[in-house]
Write a protein that binds this ligand. Sequence first.
Ligand SMILES: Cc1ncc(COP(=O)(O)O)c(C=O)c1O
Length: 414
Amino acid sequence: MTPPAATSAPFDVARVRADFPILRRKVRGKPLVYLDNAATTQKPQAVLDALTHYYTDINANVHRGVHELSGLATDAYEGAREKIRAFFNARSVQEIVYTRNATESINLVAYAFVRPALAAGDEVLITAMEHHSNIVPWQLVCEERGARLRVAPIDDRGALILDELDRLIGPQTKIVSVAHMSNALGTINPVAEIVAMAHARGVPVLIDGSQAAYHMPVDVQALGCDFYAATGHKLYGPTGIGVLVARAERLEAMPPFLGGGDMIRSVTFERSTWNDLPYKFEAGTPNIAGAIGLGAAIDYIQAVGRDAIAAHEQELLRYGTGLLESIPGVRLIGTAPVKSSILSFVMEGIHPHDIGTIVDREGVAVRTGHHCAQPVMDRFGIPATARASLAMYNTREDLDALARALGKVREVFS
Ligand SMILES: Cc1ncc(COP(=O)(O)O)c(C=O)c1O
């Protein structure tokens, strides 16, 4: 297996880029400028190698075999769990539950933790900047139980109004569930403060870390949260693998989410008993390759250095913000004082879909639409935005290419 080529400081973006084979391809005859990282990131060679190695050399089911290959596969699969534990600084591997993605992690908490205790009149508190994944599961359980979904508002720059969130936490609140970082606006929420506010009133907190986890260091013990949801494909890993990082005492107290093989200790027709953590929440054959690939992605991120990645992306965000603000007719949506890696914008008189289509002809990949955050669009009174989102391999040249492509958009519509 190829070890990660990049090493910690100094950050060398050319060297990082060389580790991502897809960045060498052309799109529509132009070099690929990939600025759709908030949707999914590209994969370094080390991740591709880890997937190939699993399927080529050690493919077997985990936990069930005494044979050599099953042992190797189990070691690699559980080894990845330890890497994930260290990455988030969870207390033990028992606190790392593999899921399919962040959406499943949030659903697991909604259905196995909140739903059993939710009664009519209870409340679930989220914010106005949530992704649909952190809205719809709560709506479903609230509707079923006659509970109420409360929403903490955001201001005109896209920052959470913390006093309002504080005010909305009451004796009826069963959970506070907030994004660490907004995918539509880039806002970074003061999650440690939010946890402290909620815990002061005995309310547990879930943090949706889908965006934050690949842009900045995350330490769940320092944050003090009860649950932290993350998704592998944004962390430079494969699709179909995610994690729920959860305090063991919470998981111990919860019933299983899905039933099946591996999550049981014993089964009779009369009753079954549950496996130890975290397996109680991992029914059926898991995404073994995905977990191993995510482990390789985490090795890669650690080798590059999370602080170095964050600093590089902050510099790019500053540069890109200046660039876009200098283009007549462009308006940034999401200008919170604390934000990361997202440049969401509209252009006067031009539908975002047209922006996306025209810049694509120049090889520039951005996302257009509501970004699975329709209430955010409603808040700003727009149907959609164009969104350029950054990752560790992006450069100032990528942003220059975007600005040039936006010039073409302007020409087409002038
Ligand atoms: C903030 C946020 N939450 C949740 C998700 C859902 O991630 P997944 O679709 O991988 O479950 C996303 C994905 O875009 C996101 O940006």
